[in-house]
Design a protein around this ligand. Structure first.
Ligand SMILES: Nc1ncnc2c1ncn2[C@@H]1O[C@H](COP(=O)(O)OP(=O)(O)OP(=O)(O)O)[C@@H](O)[C@H]1O
Length: 240
């Protein structure tokens, strides 16, 4: 299994009047085709860790390598380009742009990357939305869609540039149980059939148990790392 992300003593401290530790000394390795849960109590640093892994925030200590490249040695342009080509985000609240249609929302990351022409972008966006069961909703705006449909548009947007890594912050947190299961299965399919790596923050321990590995945080520290049984049978080695 090749390594996608490697951190060593990753730390993020806010330099306020009283310093606030968001994430402290986290060392981990995440490989390609892994389905990883991040769990922990409220305020334990789960979102902060995801922001660091997604290059949306910078560490104050330690290192973060993505595909063998030290992200702290990159300038802002390189970080932005690395993010755009390698990482898709799905948040608890979809953050779709309300004035744009589903298809236009999915096209936005493609426009930013600038690799495809206009009709190719349209085609790719339609294809992605179609694969997520939204073929009849391409031209609807977010307020014309249900919560589950909006979250599927957000997943399609995360996949727009075909990144190897999807980071999801409570992607099913605001959904009813049926939509939640549907979105979970989509993420699972991305790993099992498309070879993506998905790292998802979740409060749902049943869901976490269905993933390959669970990283549990307390007070910004990675306290336990659990390899789920099904994966151990496949020979995945426990790391911590
Ligand atoms: N900008 C900030 N200023 C001050 N404190 C912050 C800031 N951002 C985060 N924190 C604090 O850092 C800690 C970690 O926050 P984080 O959002 O990463 O936790 P979390 O595990 O994702 O929580 P939740 O499950 O509630 O979303 C929390 O105690 C939070 O209050």
């Amino acid at each position: 299994m090749s390594t996608l992300i490697e951190t060593k003593d990753l730390t993020r401290i806010l330099r306020e009047t009283v310093p606030v530790t968001l994430v402290k000394d986290i060392s981990l390795t995440i490989g390609e085709r892994e389905f990883v849960a991040v769990t922990g109590p409220s305020g334990s640093g789960k979102s902060s860790l995801l922001y660091l892994l997604g290059l949306l925030d910078r560490p104050t200590g330690g290192t973060l390598m993505i595909r063998g490249r030290d992200t702290e040695r990159m300038d802002e342009n390189e970080r932005a380009a690395t993010r755009l080509a390698n990482i898709g985000f799905v948040f608890q609240f979809h953050f779709l742009l309300p004035e744009f249609t589903a298809r236009e929302n999915v096209e936005i990351p493609m426009r930013k990357l600038g690799r495809l022409g206009r009709s190719e972008m349209r085609g790719k966006a339609s294809e992605l939305l179609g694969a997520l069961g939204l073929a009849d909703h391409l031209d609807k705006r977010p307020d014309q869609l249900s919560g589950g449909q909006r979250q599927r548009v957000a997943v399609a947007r995360a996949l727009a540039n075909d990144p190897p890594l999807i980071l999801a912050d409570e992607p099913t947190g605001s959904l009813d149980s049926t939509s939640s299961e549907q979105v979970f299965r989509i993420l699972e399919t991305l790993v099992r059939e498309e070879g993506k790596t998905v790292v998802a923050v979740t409060h749902d321990l049943d869901m976490a148990a269905r993933m390959d590995r669970r990283l549990h945080l307390i007070d910004g520290h990675l306290t336990t790392e659990t390899i789920n049984a099904a994966r151990q049978d496949e020979g995945a080695a426990p790391e911590a």
